[in-house]
Design a protein around this ligand. Structure first.
Ligand SMILES: [Zn+2]
Ligand SMILES: [Zn+2]
Length: 279
C-alpha cells in the first residue's frame, strides 16, 4: 500500500486582534485529498478560498477551545458551505459547549436568514446540519484506516482545552492549542514530523499583560520541541505583534527556539505557508 500524501497549510497565523496580514487561528491538514480543518478563527473562510480551498470541500473540523479567536468563523463556514451546496453533514469535534455554540450561533442567530433561503427554494434545512461531538476525555477522538486523531487536555484560561495529535501511517502531525506550560506536551509531541505550536509572545510581554499566564514562552516552545524530538516546528498564534512596533517579533521568537532546538527546522508561520510531508 502506498503512503498517504500529507500536507499542512497555515490558514491563519495570528490570534485575537485583527492584523491585515494574519488571519485568526486555523490550519488545514490534507490527507490523500481529505481535508481536516483545525480551528476556524477570523478570516478562516476568506483565507481558505484565497488559498484555493472552497469551504464546502472541508471534510472534518476540530476545535481546540471556545475562545472566540478560534471559532468565530465556524458559523460562517457552515452557512456558506450550505449555500454553496455542501451535501454531507459536517463532523465537528470540539470541547464541551461546542454543540450549544453551534445551535445558538447558527440555528438561532441566523434563523431569519435560514428560513428566507429555504423559502427561496434553493436549499433544504437538513443540508445545513452538522454532527457535533463533544470531546470529554483524553485519547482517541477519531480513527479510520488511514489516520487517527488523539487529544491531550492542557490548562488554558480555565477553559476545556484540547491539543491534537494526528498519526498518518509513520507520519505524525501535532497541532497544539493555546496552552499554559505543561510538561505532558513533551510526550504528546514525541517524534512529531511537523509540530504547530503556539508562541503568542515573549516572557517580558506576558509579564506586561493580564492574560500572559495563559500561554507558553518561546523558551517553553524550544524545550518542548527539543525534548520531544520534533523535526519541523512552526510557531503560530502570534499575539505580541499586535502590541509591538517591531515587525520582527515572530522571527526573533523563532530565533530563540532555534537556539534551544538547533537540530529542528524552525519556522514562524505566515498565512498560506504550506508543508508537505514526504513519504
Ligand atoms: Zn487564541
Ligand atoms: Zn485561547
Amino acid at each position: 500500500m502506498s503512503s498517504p500524501s500529507v500536507s499542512v497549510q497555515i490558514i491563519g497565523s495570528g490570534a485575537v486582534r485583527a492584523l491585515p496580514h494574519r488571519g485568526g487561528p486555523s490550519y488545514l491538514l490534507t490527507i490523500d485529498g481529505r481535508r481536516l480543518l483545525f480551528d476556524c478563527g477570523r478570516c478562516a473562510v476568506h483565507n481558505l478560498h484565497r488559498f484555493g480551498t472552497p469551504v464546502e470541500s472541508i471534510d472534518e473540523v476540530y476545535i481546540t477551545h471556545l475562545h472566540f479567536d478560534h471559532i468565530c468563523d465556524l458559523p460562517l463556514l457552515l452557512l456558506l458551505s450550505w449555500n454553496n451546496g455542501r451535501e454531507a453533514r459536517l463532523p465537528i469535534y470540539g470541547p464541551k459547549g461546542i454543540a450549544t455554540f453551534l445551535e445558538s450561533g447558527v440555528h438561532q442567530a441566523y434563523e431569519a436568514d435560514i428560513n428566507s433561503r429555504i423559502k427561496h427554494g434553493n436549499r433544504v434545512r437538513e443540508k445545513l446540519d452538522w454532527a457535533a461531538t463533544e470531546i470529554t476525555a483524553e485519547g482517541l477522538v477519531y480513527e479510520n484506516a488511514t489516520y487517527c486523531v488523539e487529544t491531550l487536555a492542557t490548562a488554558h484560561a480555565g477553559l476545556a482545552n484540547w491539543n491534537f495529535r494526528i498519526t498518518i501511517g509513520d507520519k505524525i502531525v501535532v497541532i497544539t492549542s493555546d496552552s499554559e506550560p505543561d510538561q505532558r506536551l513533551v510526550e504528546f509531541c514525541r517524534d512529531a514530523d511537523l509540530l504547530l505550536i503556539e508562541c503568542s509572545g515573549t516572557k517580558a510581554f506576558y509579564d506586561s499583560v493580564a492574560f500572559g499566564g495563559w500561554h507558553i514562552t518561546p523558551e517553553d516552545v524550544g524545550q518542548i520541541a527539543r525534548d520531544a524530538g520534533a523535526k519541523q516546528v512552526v510557531l503560530k498564534h502570534f499575539v505580541m505583534e499586535s502590541f509591538s512596533e517591531d515587525p520582527g517579533v515572530a522571527e526573533s521568537m523563532a530565533e530563540t527556539v532555534r537556539g534551544i532546538h538547533p537540530s529542528g527546522e524552525i519556522y514562524a508561520a505566515t498565512d498560506g505557508l504550506e508543508f508537505t510531508l514526504q513519504p
